[in-house]
Design a protein around this ligand. Structure first.
Ligand SMILES: Cc1ncc(C[n+]2csc(CCOP(=O)(O)OP(=O)(O)O)c2C)c(N)n1
Ligand SMILES: [Mg+2]
Length: 453
Protein backbone atom coordinates (compact mmCIF):
# COMPACT_ATOMS: atom_id res chain seq x y z
CA UNK A 1 0.00 0.00 0.00
CA UNK A 2 1.19 3.54 -0.75
CA UNK A 3 1.18 6.03 2.12
CA UNK A 4 -0.90 9.15 1.16
CA UNK A 5 2.18 11.34 0.59
CA UNK A 6 3.84 8.69 -1.53
CA UNK A 7 0.63 8.19 -3.46
CA UNK A 8 0.51 11.92 -4.22
CA UNK A 9 4.07 11.80 -5.56
CA UNK A 10 3.28 8.85 -7.79
CA UNK A 11 0.12 10.56 -9.02
CA UNK A 12 2.07 13.72 -9.88
CA UNK A 13 4.71 11.82 -11.79
CA UNK A 14 2.02 9.96 -13.69
CA UNK A 15 0.41 13.23 -14.65
CA UNK A 16 3.72 14.54 -15.90
CA UNK A 17 4.46 11.43 -17.92
CA UNK A 18 1.07 10.91 -19.48
CA UNK A 19 -0.60 12.76 -22.27
CA UNK A 20 -3.82 10.85 -21.87
CA UNK A 21 -4.97 11.67 -18.32
CA UNK A 22 -7.70 14.31 -18.08
CA UNK A 23 -9.48 15.56 -14.98
CA UNK A 24 -12.99 14.15 -14.80
CA UNK A 25 -15.38 17.08 -14.65
CA UNK A 26 -18.50 15.76 -16.35
CA UNK A 27 -20.32 18.18 -18.60
CA UNK A 28 -24.05 18.48 -18.18
CA UNK A 29 -25.59 16.31 -20.95
CA UNK A 30 -28.08 17.85 -23.40
CA UNK A 31 -31.04 15.76 -22.15
CA UNK A 32 -30.36 16.65 -18.50
CA UNK A 33 -33.20 19.12 -18.32
CA UNK A 34 -35.82 16.41 -18.93
CA UNK A 35 -34.27 13.46 -17.08
CA UNK A 36 -31.65 14.93 -14.80
CA UNK A 37 -28.02 13.78 -14.78
CA UNK A 38 -25.45 12.17 -12.53
CA UNK A 39 -22.87 14.54 -11.10
CA UNK A 40 -20.09 11.96 -11.56
CA UNK A 41 -20.71 10.51 -15.00
CA UNK A 42 -21.73 11.10 -18.62
CA UNK A 43 -24.20 8.23 -18.46
CA UNK A 44 -27.46 9.22 -20.11
CA UNK A 45 -30.46 9.03 -17.79
CA UNK A 46 -33.26 6.81 -19.08
CA UNK A 47 -36.66 6.02 -17.66
CA UNK A 48 -36.74 2.63 -19.44
CA UNK A 49 -35.43 -0.39 -17.52
CA UNK A 50 -33.12 -2.15 -19.93
CA UNK A 51 -30.57 -4.89 -19.29
CA UNK A 52 -27.85 -5.64 -21.78
CA UNK A 53 -25.40 -8.45 -22.28
CA UNK A 54 -23.39 -7.43 -25.29
CA UNK A 55 -20.98 -4.70 -26.26
CA UNK A 56 -22.56 -4.59 -29.73
CA UNK A 57 -25.57 -2.35 -30.09
CA UNK A 58 -27.69 -5.00 -31.74
CA UNK A 59 -26.82 -7.69 -29.20
CA UNK A 60 -24.81 -9.66 -31.75
CA UNK A 61 -21.39 -11.18 -31.19
CA UNK A 62 -18.37 -9.02 -31.89
CA UNK A 63 -17.48 -9.49 -35.58
CA UNK A 64 -14.25 -11.09 -36.80
CA UNK A 65 -12.01 -9.14 -39.17
CA UNK A 66 -10.97 -11.19 -42.21
CA UNK A 67 -9.20 -10.26 -45.43
CA UNK A 68 -8.64 -13.53 -47.32
CA UNK A 69 -11.24 -16.17 -48.06
CA UNK A 70 -10.48 -19.84 -47.52
CA UNK A 71 -8.63 -20.09 -50.85
CA UNK A 72 -6.52 -16.98 -50.36
CA UNK A 73 -8.63 -14.58 -52.42
CA UNK A 74 -9.16 -11.08 -50.95
CA UNK A 75 -12.76 -10.57 -49.88
CA UNK A 76 -14.65 -7.95 -51.80
CA UNK A 77 -13.94 -4.52 -50.35
CA UNK A 78 -11.44 -5.95 -47.86
CA UNK A 79 -8.81 -3.63 -46.38
CA UNK A 80 -5.71 -5.62 -47.35
CA UNK A 81 -2.61 -4.41 -45.47
CA UNK A 82 0.27 -3.06 -47.55
CA UNK A 83 3.09 -5.54 -48.00
CA UNK A 84 5.75 -6.04 -50.63
CA UNK A 85 7.01 -9.31 -52.05
CA UNK A 86 10.12 -9.59 -49.86
CA UNK A 87 8.07 -9.03 -46.71
CA UNK A 88 5.42 -11.54 -47.82
CA UNK A 89 8.10 -14.13 -48.52
CA UNK A 90 9.66 -13.62 -45.12
CA UNK A 91 6.27 -14.18 -43.46
CA UNK A 92 5.53 -17.26 -45.55
CA UNK A 93 8.95 -18.85 -45.06
CA UNK A 94 8.65 -18.47 -41.30
CA UNK A 95 5.11 -19.87 -41.38
CA UNK A 96 6.54 -22.99 -43.02
CA UNK A 97 9.62 -23.11 -40.81
CA UNK A 98 7.54 -23.19 -37.61
CA UNK A 99 5.78 -26.53 -38.27
CA UNK A 100 8.98 -27.99 -39.75
CA UNK A 101 10.74 -27.26 -36.48
CA UNK A 102 7.74 -28.48 -34.48
CA UNK A 103 7.65 -31.82 -36.28
CA UNK A 104 11.32 -32.53 -35.66
CA UNK A 105 11.25 -31.54 -31.99
CA UNK A 106 7.97 -33.35 -31.37
CA UNK A 107 9.43 -36.56 -32.81
CA UNK A 108 12.69 -36.09 -30.98
CA UNK A 109 10.73 -35.86 -27.72
CA UNK A 110 8.98 -39.12 -28.60
CA UNK A 111 12.42 -40.71 -28.95
CA UNK A 112 13.28 -39.55 -25.44
CA UNK A 113 15.96 -37.11 -26.54
CA UNK A 114 14.25 -34.09 -25.01
CA UNK A 115 11.91 -34.07 -22.05
CA UNK A 116 8.95 -32.08 -23.34
CA UNK A 117 7.68 -30.05 -26.30
CA UNK A 118 4.74 -27.91 -27.43
CA UNK A 119 3.78 -27.42 -31.08
CA UNK A 120 2.04 -24.42 -32.64
CA UNK A 121 0.32 -26.32 -35.48
CA UNK A 122 -2.62 -24.32 -36.83
CA UNK A 123 -1.59 -21.08 -35.13
CA UNK A 124 1.12 -20.05 -37.62
CA UNK A 125 -0.85 -17.09 -38.98
CA UNK A 126 -1.66 -15.72 -35.53
CA UNK A 127 1.95 -15.94 -34.44
CA UNK A 128 3.77 -14.80 -37.60
CA UNK A 129 1.16 -12.22 -38.65
CA UNK A 130 1.41 -10.52 -35.26
CA UNK A 131 5.21 -10.82 -35.08
CA UNK A 132 5.45 -9.12 -38.48
CA UNK A 133 3.28 -6.22 -37.28
CA UNK A 134 5.52 -5.36 -34.33
CA UNK A 135 8.74 -3.40 -34.09
CA UNK A 136 11.54 -5.87 -33.49
CA UNK A 137 12.44 -4.10 -30.25
CA UNK A 138 8.94 -4.14 -28.76
CA UNK A 139 9.23 -6.13 -25.54
CA UNK A 140 7.45 -9.47 -25.88
CA UNK A 141 6.03 -11.36 -22.90
CA UNK A 142 4.78 -14.59 -24.38
CA UNK A 143 2.97 -17.64 -22.99
CA UNK A 144 4.85 -20.60 -24.55
CA UNK A 145 3.43 -21.29 -28.02
CA UNK A 146 5.03 -18.25 -29.62
CA UNK A 147 8.51 -19.42 -30.64
CA UNK A 148 7.59 -18.15 -34.13
CA UNK A 149 8.01 -14.58 -32.84
CA UNK A 150 11.62 -15.41 -32.03
CA UNK A 151 12.15 -17.03 -35.44
CA UNK A 152 10.77 -13.87 -37.06
CA UNK A 153 13.27 -11.79 -35.08
CA UNK A 154 16.21 -13.93 -36.18
CA UNK A 155 16.68 -16.14 -33.11
CA UNK A 156 18.69 -18.93 -34.70
CA UNK A 157 17.78 -22.58 -35.05
CA UNK A 158 20.95 -23.31 -33.06
CA UNK A 159 19.57 -21.16 -30.21
CA UNK A 160 16.20 -22.98 -30.36
CA UNK A 161 17.95 -26.34 -30.19
CA UNK A 162 20.28 -25.19 -27.42
CA UNK A 163 17.32 -24.27 -25.22
CA UNK A 164 15.33 -27.42 -25.95
CA UNK A 165 18.32 -29.70 -25.36
CA UNK A 166 19.71 -27.59 -22.52
CA UNK A 167 23.24 -27.58 -23.90
CA UNK A 168 26.02 -25.14 -23.05
CA UNK A 169 24.91 -22.73 -25.78
CA UNK A 170 21.55 -22.20 -24.05
CA UNK A 171 21.60 -18.59 -22.91
CA UNK A 172 17.86 -18.56 -22.06
CA UNK A 173 18.33 -20.37 -18.76
CA UNK A 174 21.64 -22.27 -19.03
CA UNK A 175 19.88 -25.59 -19.25
CA UNK A 176 17.79 -25.11 -16.12
CA UNK A 177 14.40 -24.77 -17.75
CA UNK A 178 12.06 -27.16 -19.53
CA UNK A 179 12.09 -27.03 -23.35
CA UNK A 180 10.17 -24.13 -24.99
CA UNK A 181 10.97 -21.74 -22.11
CA UNK A 182 12.88 -19.42 -24.40
CA UNK A 183 14.17 -16.00 -23.49
CA UNK A 184 16.52 -13.56 -25.18
CA UNK A 185 17.29 -9.98 -24.12
CA UNK A 186 18.89 -9.44 -27.54
CA UNK A 187 15.57 -10.26 -29.19
CA UNK A 188 13.49 -8.33 -26.62
CA UNK A 189 11.77 -11.53 -25.57
CA UNK A 190 11.31 -12.08 -21.84
CA UNK A 191 11.82 -15.62 -20.60
CA UNK A 192 8.71 -17.80 -20.63
CA UNK A 193 7.47 -18.95 -17.25
CA UNK A 194 5.24 -21.97 -16.71
CA UNK A 195 2.68 -20.55 -14.27
CA UNK A 196 -0.09 -19.27 -16.51
CA UNK A 197 -0.90 -15.58 -16.82
CA UNK A 198 2.02 -14.28 -14.75
CA UNK A 199 3.18 -12.45 -17.89
CA UNK A 200 -0.05 -10.42 -18.09
CA UNK A 201 0.39 -7.96 -15.19
CA UNK A 202 4.14 -8.09 -15.79
CA UNK A 203 3.53 -6.87 -19.34
CA UNK A 204 1.53 -3.91 -18.04
CA UNK A 205 4.52 -3.11 -15.83
CA UNK A 206 6.96 -3.44 -18.74
CA UNK A 207 4.75 -1.18 -20.86
CA UNK A 208 4.76 1.40 -18.09
CA UNK A 209 8.54 1.09 -17.69
CA UNK A 210 8.91 1.86 -21.41
CA UNK A 211 7.19 5.19 -20.85
CA UNK A 212 9.86 6.06 -18.26
CA UNK A 213 12.70 5.62 -20.79
CA UNK A 214 12.83 8.79 -22.91
CA UNK A 215 14.28 7.03 -25.96
CA UNK A 216 11.48 4.45 -25.96
CA UNK A 217 8.49 6.48 -24.78
CA UNK A 218 5.98 6.84 -27.61
CA UNK A 219 8.05 4.45 -29.73
CA UNK A 220 7.79 0.97 -28.20
CA UNK A 221 5.07 -1.16 -26.65
CA UNK A 222 5.02 -4.24 -24.44
CA UNK A 223 3.36 -7.15 -26.20
CA UNK A 224 1.59 -9.76 -24.12
CA UNK A 225 0.60 -13.06 -25.71
CA UNK A 226 -1.79 -15.32 -23.86
CA UNK A 227 -4.11 -18.22 -24.50
CA UNK A 228 -7.84 -17.79 -23.95
CA UNK A 229 -7.44 -20.20 -21.04
CA UNK A 230 -4.88 -17.99 -19.31
CA UNK A 231 -7.40 -15.16 -19.64
CA UNK A 232 -9.49 -16.96 -16.99
CA UNK A 233 -6.83 -16.21 -14.37
CA UNK A 234 -7.21 -13.28 -11.98
CA UNK A 235 -3.89 -11.98 -13.30
CA UNK A 236 -5.59 -11.28 -16.65
CA UNK A 237 -7.92 -8.77 -15.03
CA UNK A 238 -5.15 -7.25 -12.92
CA UNK A 239 -3.00 -6.76 -16.02
CA UNK A 240 -5.81 -5.30 -18.13
CA UNK A 241 -6.86 -2.89 -15.39
CA UNK A 242 -3.27 -1.79 -14.84
CA UNK A 243 -2.63 -1.18 -18.53
CA UNK A 244 -5.77 0.90 -18.93
CA UNK A 245 -5.46 2.96 -15.76
CA UNK A 246 -1.73 3.48 -15.12
CA UNK A 247 -1.77 3.88 -18.23
CA UNK A 248 0.68 1.62 -20.03
CA UNK A 249 1.24 0.95 -23.76
CA UNK A 250 0.61 -2.79 -23.66
CA UNK A 251 -0.68 -4.77 -26.59
CA UNK A 252 -2.57 -7.85 -25.41
CA UNK A 253 -2.86 -10.62 -27.99
CA UNK A 254 -5.18 -13.43 -26.93
CA UNK A 255 -4.77 -16.57 -29.03
CA UNK A 256 -8.19 -18.16 -28.83
CA UNK A 257 -7.36 -21.66 -30.06
CA UNK A 258 -10.45 -23.32 -28.64
CA UNK A 259 -8.83 -25.25 -25.78
CA UNK A 260 -7.08 -24.92 -22.45
CA UNK A 261 -5.58 -28.43 -22.49
CA UNK A 262 -8.80 -30.51 -22.46
CA UNK A 263 -11.26 -27.75 -21.55
CA UNK A 264 -12.99 -26.38 -24.64
CA UNK A 265 -13.43 -22.62 -24.82
CA UNK A 266 -17.23 -23.11 -24.64
CA UNK A 267 -16.69 -24.14 -21.00
CA UNK A 268 -14.18 -21.40 -20.24
CA UNK A 269 -16.43 -18.37 -20.51
CA UNK A 270 -20.09 -17.51 -20.77
CA UNK A 271 -19.64 -14.14 -22.48
CA UNK A 272 -18.51 -13.23 -26.00
CA UNK A 273 -14.98 -14.60 -25.83
CA UNK A 274 -12.05 -12.53 -24.66
CA UNK A 275 -12.73 -9.51 -26.89
CA UNK A 276 -15.92 -8.61 -24.99
CA UNK A 277 -13.79 -7.86 -21.93
CA UNK A 278 -11.72 -5.12 -23.60
CA UNK A 279 -14.36 -2.35 -23.55
CA UNK A 280 -14.96 -3.12 -19.86
CA UNK A 281 -11.47 -1.78 -19.30
CA UNK A 282 -11.95 1.10 -21.74
CA UNK A 283 -9.62 -0.56 -24.26
CA UNK A 284 -9.66 -0.44 -28.02
CA UNK A 285 -10.41 -4.00 -29.00
CA UNK A 286 -10.56 -6.05 -32.16
CA UNK A 287 -11.37 -9.66 -32.99
CA UNK A 288 -9.55 -11.12 -35.94
CA UNK A 289 -9.50 -14.34 -37.95
CA UNK A 290 -6.32 -15.85 -36.52
CA UNK A 291 -5.96 -18.18 -39.51
CA UNK A 292 -5.74 -15.26 -41.96
CA UNK A 293 -2.21 -13.94 -41.75
CA UNK A 294 -3.00 -10.71 -43.60
CA UNK A 295 -5.94 -9.94 -41.32
CA UNK A 296 -3.76 -10.57 -38.26
CA UNK A 297 -1.02 -8.36 -39.71
CA UNK A 298 -3.47 -5.55 -40.46
CA UNK A 299 -5.27 -5.79 -37.11
CA UNK A 300 -2.11 -5.93 -35.02
CA UNK A 301 -0.48 -3.09 -36.96
CA UNK A 302 -3.46 -0.85 -36.23
CA UNK A 303 -3.69 -2.10 -32.64
CA UNK A 304 -0.01 -1.30 -32.14
CA UNK A 305 -0.46 2.16 -33.68
CA UNK A 306 -3.29 2.94 -31.24
CA UNK A 307 -1.30 1.51 -28.35
CA UNK A 308 1.63 3.83 -29.13
CA UNK A 309 -0.59 6.82 -29.79
CA UNK A 310 -2.80 6.51 -26.68
CA UNK A 311 -0.15 5.00 -24.44
CA UNK A 312 -2.75 2.55 -23.10
CA UNK A 313 -3.61 -1.12 -23.33
CA UNK A 314 -5.18 -2.45 -26.55
CA UNK A 315 -6.68 -5.93 -26.95
CA UNK A 316 -6.62 -8.26 -29.96
CA UNK A 317 -8.43 -11.61 -29.90
CA UNK A 318 -7.26 -13.96 -32.65
CA UNK A 319 -9.66 -16.81 -33.41
CA UNK A 320 -7.77 -19.97 -34.35
CA UNK A 321 -7.64 -23.70 -33.60
CA UNK A 322 -5.04 -25.79 -31.78
CA UNK A 323 -4.43 -28.56 -34.30
CA UNK A 324 -1.78 -30.38 -32.25
CA UNK A 325 -2.06 -31.95 -28.83
CA UNK A 326 -1.67 -29.45 -25.98
CA UNK A 327 1.88 -30.70 -25.36
CA UNK A 328 3.81 -33.95 -25.49
CA UNK A 329 2.17 -34.79 -22.15
CA UNK A 330 -1.30 -34.74 -23.71
CA UNK A 331 -3.36 -37.01 -25.94
CA UNK A 332 -6.12 -34.77 -27.26
CA UNK A 333 -8.07 -37.63 -28.85
CA UNK A 334 -9.17 -38.50 -25.34
CA UNK A 335 -11.39 -35.38 -25.38
CA UNK A 336 -11.97 -34.42 -29.04
CA UNK A 337 -12.78 -36.35 -32.19
CA UNK A 338 -10.02 -37.11 -34.69
CA UNK A 339 -12.39 -36.05 -37.46
CA UNK A 340 -12.82 -32.60 -35.93
CA UNK A 341 -9.05 -32.11 -36.01
CA UNK A 342 -8.76 -33.42 -39.57
CA UNK A 343 -11.51 -31.05 -40.68
CA UNK A 344 -9.95 -28.05 -38.97
CA UNK A 345 -6.58 -28.82 -40.56
CA UNK A 346 -8.17 -28.38 -43.96
CA UNK A 347 -10.75 -25.64 -43.43
CA UNK A 348 -9.11 -22.20 -43.47
CA UNK A 349 -5.63 -23.72 -43.19
CA UNK A 350 -3.49 -20.64 -42.50
CA UNK A 351 -0.46 -21.74 -44.52
CA UNK A 352 -2.38 -22.94 -47.57
CA UNK A 353 -4.47 -19.77 -47.62
CA UNK A 354 -1.46 -17.51 -47.66
CA UNK A 355 0.40 -19.69 -50.19
CA UNK A 356 -2.54 -19.41 -52.59
CA UNK A 357 -2.56 -15.64 -52.10
CA UNK A 358 1.20 -15.49 -52.79
CA UNK A 359 0.75 -17.58 -55.94
CA UNK A 360 -2.04 -15.31 -57.15
CA UNK A 361 0.30 -12.33 -56.84
CA UNK A 362 3.01 -14.20 -58.77
CA UNK A 363 5.20 -14.24 -55.64
CA UNK A 364 5.37 -18.01 -55.20
CA UNK A 365 5.40 -21.22 -57.24
CA UNK A 366 5.15 -24.99 -56.77
CA UNK A 367 8.88 -25.35 -57.50
CA UNK A 368 9.79 -22.81 -54.83
CA UNK A 369 7.53 -24.63 -52.39
CA UNK A 370 9.43 -27.88 -52.91
CA UNK A 371 12.80 -26.18 -52.60
CA UNK A 372 11.76 -24.33 -49.43
CA UNK A 373 10.45 -27.46 -47.72
CA UNK A 374 13.59 -29.42 -48.52
CA UNK A 375 15.89 -26.61 -47.40
CA UNK A 376 14.05 -26.00 -44.13
CA UNK A 377 13.99 -29.71 -43.25
CA UNK A 378 17.73 -29.90 -43.84
CA UNK A 379 18.42 -26.74 -41.81
CA UNK A 380 16.37 -27.98 -38.87
CA UNK A 381 17.92 -31.45 -38.90
CA UNK A 382 21.42 -30.04 -39.17
CA UNK A 383 20.84 -27.72 -36.22
CA UNK A 384 19.48 -30.60 -34.16
CA UNK A 385 22.39 -32.92 -34.95
CA UNK A 386 24.87 -30.21 -34.10
CA UNK A 387 23.12 -29.42 -30.79
CA UNK A 388 22.96 -33.09 -29.87
CA UNK A 389 26.72 -33.33 -29.96
CA UNK A 390 27.27 -30.44 -27.56
CA UNK A 391 27.90 -30.82 -23.86
CA UNK A 392 25.76 -29.20 -21.21
CA UNK A 393 26.78 -26.21 -19.13
CA UNK A 394 28.99 -26.90 -16.11
CA UNK A 395 26.96 -28.60 -13.42
CA UNK A 396 27.51 -25.66 -11.05
CA UNK A 397 25.34 -23.49 -13.34
CA UNK A 398 22.35 -25.35 -11.94
CA UNK A 399 22.64 -23.09 -8.89
CA UNK A 400 23.46 -19.76 -10.53
CA UNK A 401 20.98 -17.07 -11.60
CA UNK A 402 18.08 -18.80 -9.88
CA UNK A 403 17.37 -15.68 -7.81
CA UNK A 404 18.71 -12.15 -8.18
CA UNK A 405 20.93 -10.68 -5.45
CA UNK A 406 22.62 -12.63 -2.71
CA UNK A 407 22.41 -16.41 -2.90
CA UNK A 408 19.75 -17.67 -0.45
CA UNK A 409 20.35 -20.43 2.09
CA UNK A 410 18.33 -23.10 0.28
CA UNK A 411 20.50 -22.88 -2.84
CA UNK A 412 23.67 -23.15 -0.72
CA UNK A 413 22.23 -26.16 1.09
CA UNK A 414 21.30 -27.92 -2.19
CA UNK A 415 24.76 -27.30 -3.67
CA UNK A 416 26.41 -28.76 -0.58
CA UNK A 417 24.16 -31.81 -0.78
CA UNK A 418 25.16 -32.36 -4.40
CA UNK A 419 28.84 -31.99 -3.56
CA UNK A 420 28.41 -34.71 -0.94
CA UNK A 421 26.75 -37.03 -3.48
CA UNK A 422 29.41 -36.30 -6.11
CA UNK A 423 32.10 -37.33 -3.64
CA UNK A 424 30.21 -40.49 -2.80
CA UNK A 425 29.18 -41.68 -6.29
CA UNK A 426 30.87 -39.41 -8.89
CA UNK A 427 33.85 -41.62 -9.65
CA UNK A 428 32.64 -45.02 -8.58
CA UNK A 429 29.11 -45.54 -9.84
CA UNK A 430 28.68 -45.95 -13.58
CA UNK A 431 25.28 -44.24 -14.02
CA UNK A 432 26.72 -41.16 -12.30
CA UNK A 433 29.94 -41.27 -14.34
CA UNK A 434 27.96 -41.50 -17.59
CA UNK A 435 25.63 -38.68 -16.66
CA UNK A 436 28.45 -36.43 -15.46
CA UNK A 437 30.32 -36.95 -18.75
CA UNK A 438 27.51 -34.98 -20.46
CA UNK A 439 28.41 -31.81 -18.52
CA UNK A 440 31.35 -29.55 -19.22
CA UNK A 441 33.82 -30.09 -16.40
CA UNK A 442 32.02 -33.32 -15.37
CA UNK A 443 31.00 -31.73 -12.08
CA UNK A 444 34.63 -31.41 -10.97
CA UNK A 445 34.31 -27.63 -10.70
CA UNK A 446 31.87 -28.12 -7.83
CA UNK A 447 34.39 -30.24 -5.95
CA UNK A 448 37.08 -27.66 -6.72
CA UNK A 449 34.87 -24.85 -5.44
CA UNK A 450 34.05 -26.77 -2.28
CA UNK A 451 37.79 -27.39 -1.60
CA UNK A 452 38.64 -23.71 -1.99
CA UNK A 453 35.56 -22.57 0.00
C1 LIG B 1 -1.43 -21.15 -12.88
C2 LIG B 1 -1.45 -22.37 -13.75
N1 LIG B 1 -2.51 -23.19 -13.74
C3 LIG B 1 -2.54 -24.29 -14.51
C4 LIG B 1 -1.47 -24.59 -15.30
C5 LIG B 1 -1.50 -25.85 -16.17
N2 LIG B 1 -1.69 -25.47 -17.57
C6 LIG B 1 -0.65 -25.32 -18.41
S1 LIG B 1 -1.11 -24.84 -19.92
C7 LIG B 1 -2.75 -24.83 -19.51
C8 LIG B 1 -3.81 -24.45 -20.51
C9 LIG B 1 -3.67 -23.07 -21.04
O1 LIG B 1 -4.55 -22.85 -22.10
P1 LIG B 1 -4.50 -21.55 -22.95
O2 LIG B 1 -4.17 -20.37 -22.11
O3 LIG B 1 -5.75 -21.47 -23.75
O4 LIG B 1 -3.24 -21.74 -23.91
P2 LIG B 1 -3.02 -22.84 -25.06
O5 LIG B 1 -2.32 -23.99 -24.40
O6 LIG B 1 -4.34 -23.20 -25.58
O7 LIG B 1 -2.13 -22.21 -26.06
C10 LIG B 1 -2.91 -25.21 -18.18
C11 LIG B 1 -4.20 -25.33 -17.50
C12 LIG B 1 -0.36 -23.72 -15.27
N3 LIG B 1 0.71 -23.92 -16.03
N4 LIG B 1 -0.37 -22.62 -14.49
MG1 LIG C 1 -6.12 -22.11 -25.66
Amino acid sequence: MFRPAARLLVRRSLLRSSRAITTATPQVPAHADTHGHLPSSHSRITSKLRFFNSVMEDGEQIPTYRVLDSVGKPLEGAEVPEIDEAFARKIYENMVLLPTLDTLLYNVQRQGKISFYMTAYGEEATILGSAAALANDDEVLAQYREAGVLLWRGFSLDAIMAQCLGNHEDLSSKGKQMPVHFGSPEHHFLTISSPLATQIPQAAGVGYALTRIPSRRGRNVAVCYMGEGAASEGDFHAGMLLASTIPSPTLFIARNNGFAISTPSTEQYHGDGIAARGPGYGMWTVRVDGNDVLAVLGAVREARRRCVEDGRGVLVEAMTYRVGHHSTSDDSFAYRARQEVEDRKRVDNPIARFRLYMESRGWWSKEEEELLKTRLKQDVLKAFKRAEGLQRHELKEMFTDVYGGEEPWNIKEQREELVGLLKKYGNDWEPWRNELARFKGKGQELLGDSKSA
